[in-house]
Write a protein that binds this ligand. Structure first.
Ligand code: ADP
Ligand code: MG
Length: 151
């Protein structure tokens, strides 16, 4: 639907921006997160967790597909990289339609299972300290959120 772009000049800025986004999220919100290794996906996810009130440290879920955190609502951090080329459905709907917020890294590997109403994020490396964050709001709910955080 609508695309938004934001330039970050440091890891702290990325985290702060993600925190602002996290503060706006509600149960049932699904975000996808793409970006090359070192782009800042984990940095961004840590910020989301802060915005959702998660106190525990958020790490990359590389060796587990789904990590669950508790904040003001549950936060599900998925990395579905290892599901590449598999048709495996790990009961994604239970998460997507559940009581929490879900962020999915490498989401294109489970394209068929993703809900239509999403916020698709991607982080592009510009130079050592700058990143371009693209936000594709796939519903009016996420457009409203993007408008609020871009101010
Ligand atoms: P990924 O999870 O995508 O592999 P990480 O978040 O683990 O990426 O790592 C990003 C790296 O890039 C970190 O070392 C971070 O300090 C650095 N970095 C430099 N500038 C930025 C920025 N503007 N936003 C996010 N990370 C940045
Ligand atoms: Mg990572």
């Amino acid at each position: 639907m609508k695309r938004y772009e934001w330039i970050s000049s440091s890891p702290e800025e990325t985290k702060d921006f993600a925190e602002k986004l996290g503060q706006q999220l509600e149960a049932g919100d699904v975000l996808t997160l793409e970006g090359d290794l070192g782009a800042g996906k984990t940095t961004f996810t840590k910020g989301l967790g802060l915005g959702l009130g998660v106190k525990r440290t958020i790490n990359s879920p590389t060796f587990t597909i789904i990590k669950e955190y508790m904040g003001r609502i549950p936060f599900y951090h998925m990395d579905v990289y290892r599901l590449e080329d598999s048709e495996e459905d790990l009961g994604f709907d239970e998460y997507f339609e559940g009581e929490g917020v879900t962020v999915v890294e490498w989401a294109h590997f489970i394209e068929d299972y993703l809900p239509e109403e999403r916020l698709d994020l991607s982080i592009h490396y510009l130079d050592e300290t700058r990143r371009k964050i693209t936000l594709d709001a796939q519903s009016s709910h996420f457009e409203e959120i993007c408008e609020a955080i871009m101010k």
